[in-house]
Design a protein around this ligand. Sequence first.
Ligand SMILES: [Zn+2]
Length: 297
Amino acid sequence: MNFKNVIALFLLVSCSQIKMNTSTEKEKAPVKPQPLIDEVVNLKLLNGKVTYSKFTFRKPDGTYVLNCSDKRNRNLLVRDGFGQIYIGANYFAPNTNLNCSFEGQKIFNVNIGEFKYPFETLNVAKGKVDYSPAAIKRIIKEKEIKKKIYLNSADEFLFEKPFIKPLNSFVTSHYGKRRIFNNKKKSQHLGNDLRARTGVKIPAANRGKVVYVGNLFFSGNVVVIDHGMDIFTMYGHLSKILTTKGSIVNQGDIIGLAGATGRVSGPHLHWGVKVNGTWVDGFNLVEVSKEQFNSAK
Ligand SMILES: [Zn+2]
């Protein structure tokens, strides 16, 4: 350090001391509280897709409940002054806006655009589209069961690495494909179908807690895993379930064997991913979840 710098440093130090003295003298002025966030977080998303966001949120570590414009509460996990959240965009709500607030302050705003999902027209025998009275009864009953499965989720992330696809096989039907049966009945395929022979081992896409095992009319033998923070994965049409409700499974643990149970035309794995109560494209979650762990310290 040369002489000039020493002088400069001396002046700087003495100036700051003078400042400190004056500020203690007029101490009484109230301290302005730091804002909760730097600015409203603006996000862009397409319907059926998911995003991960991390932003300054000046609250002590914990989980905070945000109020959102779609009337659904969302949990924000806060660690070291940063809020973390996964947001799923409803397949049925393209060209809408979703915003969430905390204590009356707007936190983020999501502009949901439209993804052009392909569609196929199918002509099938009448009996395949219309169900028997017994089947209808079962479908209605199971609708209630399915609602309850996804009601409660752990209020922290139960996983420590990005999600993986349960299988790397050929995708026989992609998420979001619209099907029109006999020119009238419409349905949307809100999961990814992965080619799998009966008996192929199915691993968990990430660490989590098994919250449902059972047999359902459409999905056959099913396993549902809660990964926390309102993120669930479901595995359908299994020939065999190899886990139990309440078990903690790690990524890669075998939870069942592929099969053709439920309403299917052949053996495959139906992999569903639900975020914030809405089915999203699981392959998108695989990509997006990498961001969470890339940005980790
Ligand atoms: Zn499927």
